[in-house]
Design a protein around this ligand. Structure first.
Ligand SMILES: [Zn+2]
Length: 176
């Protein structure tokens, strides 16, 4: 996938902003283990934004938003459905893996990642989408089976009618 590589800490220091879109089909790590995506889904765009932020105390953050619409399998009714996945997250950039685990920083529950000089924007967007994927994907309300059952009984009645009709014709002939 064609990707933007940025100097993450420099991006945050400058308070820069980036946005873009990429076809869902390119997000192969995210789709791994999911249903095979129909073309409409593969070609649907993932829209994302990335904004850098630095604080007076010298901390660096990335604010990321992303939206994707993969087809997932409902774990309640096992039918496929289009799932809206929204990311709106703020992560702190640190300089080294040691700092990532450091207790010196406030334990405020903010995700910390190492801000490399060749930071993959789409890789980060994909990581965040994966984290936002539902653990147990489900319809808000599963479609009911009533419609399907009604169709089935209608067509079987129709077959009954057709099967009976030759006999009714014979009945008619006998009478004559
Ligand atoms: Zn369902």
């Amino acid at each position: 996938m064609s990707d933007s590589l940025i100097d993450a800490l420099g991006f945050a220091r400058a308070g820069s902003f980036l946005q873009g879109q990429a076809p869902l089909g390119l997000f192969t790590r995210m789709l791994d283990g999911q249903l095979a995506q129909p073309d409409a889904q593969r070609e649907s765009f993932v829209n994302w934004t990335l904004e850098g932020e630095n604080t007076a105390s010298g901390r660096y953050f990335l604010h990321v938003t992303a939206h994707a619409e993969p087809m997932l399998e409902c774990q309640r009714c096992l039918r496929p459905f289009i799932c809206n996945i929204n990311v709106d997250n703020r992560v702190e950039l640190v300089r080294t893996p040691a700092e990532q685990d450091s207790d010196d920083l406030d334990d405020d529950g903010i995700e910390r990642i190492v801000g490399s000089k060749r930071f993959s924007v789409l890789g980060f967007v994909e990581d965040e989408l994966i984290l936002a994927m539902p653990y147990v994907p489900k319809h808000h309300e599963c479609p009911s089976d009533n419609g399907i059952q009604a169709d089935r009984s209608a067509s079987s009645q129709e077959q009954e009618t057709r099967r009976q009709s030759p006999f009714s014709v014979l009945e008619q002939l006998k009478k004559n």
